[in-house]
Design a protein around this ligand. Structure first.
Ligand code: SAM
Ligand code: DTB
Ligand code: SF4
Length: 336
């Protein structure tokens, strides 16, 4: 296994670039579990306080009826999943939910919409939401699909800190999971987000029937973005009846933990988020994810449309593990 810890020379805000290869990351993923976790934990401690985890709360501001065909997603109109198609929420209702999230302890509020991309009229309303949520003293994040020219700048002006746009899977598998867009479209939007000066939140989903080599390829693609994303959500597929991926054999939890470790090692300064899939994950697996370098979670009883552990359950888990919620000032994005 390459001694990755030695290849990173932290030099202030930038890090000496390293080009990752699938062979190299597959070697990481295939290392003895203890060696991999030890290395990830060492790198984690070089860059972060070891027992702090950041809390993001999600809200689906526009649910269901999406024209895309993502094989994992309960919100695609073409699948019969029982998710009702709802209009874009009012600004007041979103701000109320953000206030409740802050009260419950979240530091970042992420607004998600089931769109291929936002229409201009809708984006104007989302910009108002961002402005008001930011004014509450929360970090803001939005995930609205593909952006057109000027839209990222509009969101930045409104105070958007992060834009979530996932690469989702190995580029070689992309066309088997989504046919209504190409991964290159995602890269275009990510570039627009970067150019507008918004932090990038970009990760993917595992547990979709992929191989270890596919997971390595996803991690490589994320880590070789220049610069790599500030936030990296690693989702375990939430299987929803009616979606094409329902019934996929479950991923070995240790493979999930390995993927987190590989993300931490290859993107040492990123916030690595243990994202979807916690509802059906044991506390022990979650603890291993934190040990492997995960330092962020989605917090609150719902993701977008599917369940997530209730806040009390997470508070108890944090107490048992001696983990504290990360304070906003340590997360690299000011609220001013
Ligand atoms: N429509 C926008 C888009 O696709 O970028 C924003 C919302 S979309 C629901 C955000 C992300 O949620 C997707 O990129 C995918 O990674 C994740 N996601 C969707 N369904 C999921 C599932 N069943 N399990 C895990 N992650 C899922
Ligand atoms: C991300 O990577 N995971 C979140 C967030 N970004 C938007 C979404 C998970 C969605 C899980 C399925 C659902 O609840 O609809
Ligand atoms: Fe639509 Fe996003 Fe779901 Fe794909 S993941 S179907 S784009 S809401």
């Amino acid at each position: 296994m390459p001694d990755v810890a030695q290849t990173f020379i932290p030099v202030g805000p930038a890090v000496t670039p390293v080009v990752w290869t699938v062979v190299r990351v597959e070697a990481l993923l295939s290392a003895p579990f203890g060696d991999l976790i030890y290395q990830a934990q060492q790198i984690h401690r070089q860059h972060f306080a070891p027992n702090e985890v950041q809390l993001s709360t999600l809200l689906s501001i526009k649910t269901g009826g999406c024209p895309e065909d993502c094989g994992y997603c309960p919100q695609a109109a073409r699948y019969h999943t029982g998710v009702a198609n709802e209009a874009l929420m009012s600004v007041d209702a979103v701000v109320e939910a953000a206030r409740a999230a802050k009260h419950s302890g979240a530091s970042r509020f992420c607004m998600g919409a089931a769109w291929r991309g936002p229409k201009q009229r809708d984006l104007d309303k989302v910009a108002k939401m961002v402005r008001e949520v930011k004014a509450l003293g929360l970090e803001t994040c939005a995930t609205l699909g593909m952006l057109k020219a000027g839209q990222a700048e509009q969101l930045k002006d409104a105070g958007l800190d992060y834009y979530n746009h996932n690469l989702d899977t190995d580029p070689a598998l992309y066309g088997e999971i989504i046919t209504t867009r190409e991964q290159g479209d995602r890269l275009d939007t990510l570039q627009k987000v970067r150019t507008a000066g918004i932090h990038v939140c970009c990760g993917g989903i595992v547990g979709m029937g992929e191989t270890r080599a596919n997971r390595a390829a996803l991690v490589v693609e994320l880590a070789n973005l220049d610069p790599y994303p500030e936030s990296v959500p690693i989702n375990n597929l939430v299987q929803v009846k009616g979606t094409p991926l329902h019934g996929t054999p479950e991923l070995d939890p240790f493979e999930f933990v390995r993927t987190i470790a590989a993300a931490r090692i290859t993107m040492p300064r990123a916030m690595v988020r243990l994202s979807a899939g916690r509802e059906s994950m044991s506390e022990e697996t979650q603890a291993l994810c934190f040990l492997a370098g995960a330092n962020s979670i989605f917090y609150g009883e719902k993701l977008l449309t599917t369940p997530n552990p209730v806040a009390d359950r997470d508070r108890i888990l944090f107490d048992r593990l001696g983990i504290k919620p990360m304070e906003l000032r340590k997360q690299g994005v000011g609220t001013g």
